[in-house]
Design a protein around this ligand. Structure first.
Ligand code: NAD
Ligand code: TDX
Length: 335
């Protein structure tokens, strides 16, 4: 049985990956998670105690990371500060977790010769014009815009350098925008779904023409499993499911699916430096590793996600008021 150390396994994508691996492998999993505001213990309910263990700790804690890495065959590294808006208001913690934390993990996998997979984002490539026929590929130059994406880009470069200089056995993946169950209510889709559920008006940044390339989080999990099992050491794989959609379209779809008028939202102050468009070309992952996304009907995926938030109010309600307070404070700071 494989022993996998999953960093950030109590957050959105990490916990979906843990559930996926429990269903689709016989691995034993240790989650290393600092349990920041973004983590939720309820997401771990139903996981088998004999196969999943939670260690509460910081990936920037070198001694703890060294001890844990030594006990595992694979590290799958999801832990990060992940929200662009927060990075504009408090960038320091993004540098500590995303850069220093990744550095400590790299040093530990180097010492103990452990397989490493680094989870990253398409945002490292910057943004595209709406009419640009090109999409991001493994060779697109890095050009991050925000404190968040620049710290993710930094962590990617550290991984690449540790592969080249020290020969660590690592792969990287850069994925597009995820949606699905267990996503924190600060993010666009759950924020708007839960706004409707509590009778608050959904909030659209700027004119809403910004395009994101949506992928269901379950497809991200299956892609990561494939890369960890079959990926070539040193390679970067781009993960995407051809889900380009602009924010107004997504918001109108949510409102329609929830039985609200399509125009029942308000435009609010735009995010500073707001990236216009992301688009992933995942041909290499599909042709070389044979990965195929399953949840490509976004309307269906959104309907299921809405059902999940309706049925799991106890999961998100405790963080909703705080999140909206944080947004209100950020708005006051900006004006
Ligand atoms: P999230 O914010 O929901 O979860 C992050 C998790 O990391 C939380 O459980 C948090 O407690 C933990 N964490 C934070 N700092 C830590 C530290 N110092 N030590 C240990 N644990 C710590 O984020 P997410 O959306 O699940 O993103 C997971 C990963 O996927 C990140 O690396 C992110 O950059 C990447 N990614 C996200 C998306 C997306 O659409 N959300 C897309 C592509 C890539
Ligand atoms: O209230 C909102 N209104 C709005 O219009 C929020 C929270 C967001 N938006 C817009 C901004 C973006 O164009 O929606 C889009 C998506 O926003 P986020 O959910 O904040 O995601 P994004 O900034 O695109 O980054 C996400 O995808 C890439 C994740 O948060 C990152 O972790 C990942 O790397």
């Amino acid at each position: 049985m494989n022993r996998i150390l999953v960093t950030g396994g109590a957050g959105f994508i990490g916990v979906n990956y843990v559930h996926h691996m429990i269903e689709h492998s016989d691995s034993a999993i240790t989650i290393l998670d600092k349990m920041t505001y973004a983590a939720n213990r309820l997401s771990l309910e139903g996981l088998p105690g004999n196969r999943v263990k939670l260690v509460v700790g910081d990936i920037a804690d070198a001694a703890l990371v060294d001890e844990l890495v030594a006990m595992h065959g694979v590290v799958v590294h999801f832990a990060a500060e992940s929200h662009n808006d927060n990075s504009l208001h408090d960038p320091g913690v993004f540098v500590r977790t995303n850069v220093v934390g990744t550095f400590e993990l790299l040093e530990a996998v180097r010492r103990h010769n452990v397989r490493f997979h680094h989870i990253s984002t398409d945002e490292v490539y910057g943004d595209l014009a709406l009419d640009d026929p090109q999409r991001f590929t493994e060779t697109t130059p890095y050009n991050p815009s925000s404190p968040y994406s620049s710290t993710k880009a930094s962590s990617d470069l550290l991984v690449r350098a540790w592969v080249r200089s020290f020969g660590i056995n690592a792969t990287l993946s850069n994925c597009s925008n995820n949606y699905g169950p267990f996503q924190h209510v600060e993010k666009f889709i759950p924020r708007q779904i839960t706004n409707v559920l509590i009778g608050e008006t959904p909030k659209l940044y700027g004119d809403g023409t910004n395009v994101r390339d949506w992928i269901h989080v379950r497809d991200h999990s299956s892609a990561v499993q494939r890369i960890v099992e079959k990926g070539q050491a040193g390679r970067t794989y781009l993960i995407g499911a051809d889900g380009e959609c602009n924010n107004v379209e997504v918001l109108k779809m949510i409102l329609r699916l929830m039985g609200e008028p399509e125009n029942a939202f308000e435009h609010v102050l735009d995010r500073p430096g707001h990236d216009l468009r992301y688009a992933i070309d995942s041909t290499a992952l599909r042709t070389e590793l044979g990965w195929v996304p399953e949840y490509t009907d976004i309307e269906r995926g959104l309907a299921q996600t809405i059902d999940w938030y309706r049925s799991n109010q106890a999961w998100w309600e405790p963080s909703k008021a705080n999140t909206e307070r944080r947004y209100a404070q950020q708005l006051r700071n900006a004006s």
